[in-house]
Design a protein around this ligand. Structure first.
Ligand SMILES: Nc1ncnc2c1ncn2[C@@H]1O[C@H](COP(=O)(O)OP(=O)(O)OP(=O)(O)O)[C@@H](O)[C@H]1O
Length: 306
């Protein structure tokens, strides 16, 4: 029988610290083959959630299923098929990249040929004899991902994998992650506080803010859920607002612009005619579709400083 249950599924997953809900009733669903981007501002609860998915901390409430099995009763079996990199990579600085991989290979009891393959994926094969504490930040991060990949898991969980890297390093890790579902059948769940990162890597997204999951779905559906607005620009905004109100519309006035919910062509034409007939000059009519960034900021209620 084909197992069609999600790779990761949480039900009302919650965690409180000192009486404060830091993760609140989160229902996540990550499907096979997805690169699922877990997106949220700093402190939103991403790391806490990922740690609960791996059994590193105990939920205050709710359940976690991975590969269709309950985490509390099947933890060893689940973890043997899961790779993860949470917070910074852990390695022995005095050992080489290769030696670190060998330690991990014995710990995880996987074939030694996996070492070369994993090092190749993260493009460290030419640096494997170098001591790990002489690696650059990007190389350390890639070593951490190679270790997480060592068992060629069905699920890879990465917490902010591109944090602190330069643009070239970010690009490399992005390409590497993108290749994993297609080439190795690995489902990826990764977190980031950067929309641009998630936009470029992920096929699906979950948006978390203040511990609450505000949206979950494909990137396209995130955009599609948000209808465009229509903006009339005029040198007489007060008069124009009055007139639109008499026609039953409730514009928001920003300077010389009147912003209305999405209107059909006939409505735009009708309102334009009404304004012009009252000698209210219409200097511009624009349709404005929110950018993903606007949608994200609106959802999370955060300022543009992210
Ligand atoms: N062990 C803990 N004890 C008390 N509070 C904690 C603990 N771990 C996390 N928190 C709090 O829970 C909230 C969520 O933290 P978390 O690390 O999950 O956020 P995050 O989304 O991963 O943010 P960042 O991107 O900054 O790591 C924060 O307010 C944090 O201070």
């Amino acid at each position: 029988m084909i197992n069609t249950s999600p790779i990761v599924e949480t039900h009302n997953l919650s965690k409180s610290y000192g009486g404060m809900n830091r993760v609140h009733q989160v229902n996540l669903s990550v499907e096979k083959g997805q690169i699922f981007g877990f997106l949220g501002p700093n402190g939103a609860g991403k790391t806490t959630t990922l740690k609960m998915l791996l059994g590193l901390i105990k939920p205050s409430e709710g359940t976690v299923k991975v590969f269709g099995k309950d985490l509390t009763t099947h933890r060893p079996a689940i973890l043997s098929q899961t790779g993860s990199l949470i917070e910074s990579p852990s390695y022995y600085g005095h050992l080489t990249g290769l030696e670190n991989m060998k330690v991990m290979q014995r710990l995880r009891n996987v074939p030694s040929k996996n070492i070369d393959e994993a090092l190749k994926i993260v493009r460290l094969e030419n640096q494997k004899h170098k001591q790990a504490d002489q690696y650059s930040l990007g190389m350390k991060q890639r070593l951490g991902i190679a270790m997480a990949l060592l068992a060629f898991p069905n699920l890879l969980v990465l917490d902010e994998p591109t944090n602190g890297l330069d643009p070239a390093g970010i690009g490399e890790i992005r390409e590497l992650i993108k290749s994993l579902p297609g080439q190795y059948g690995i489902t990826v769940l990764l977190s980031s506080h950067l929309l641009s990162e998630i936009e470029q890597i992920a096929t699906s997204v979950g948006i978390i803010s203040d511990g609450k999951l505000l949206f979950q779905g494909t990137m396209q559906s995130l955009q599609a859920n948000n209808q465009a607005t229509i903006r009339f620009q005029t040198s007489e905004p007060a008069k124009a607002e009055k007139l639109l109100l008499t026609h039953g519309y409730m514009p928001q006035v920003h300077g010389n612009q009147l912003i209305l919910k999405y209107l059909r062509d006939e409505e735009v034409s009708k309102l334009n005619k009404a304004l012009v007939e009252q000698s209210i000059p219409v200097t511009r009519i624009e349709e404005h579709k929110k950018s993903l960034e606007d949608i994200f900021l609106d959802l999370t209620g955060k300022e543009r400083s992210l």
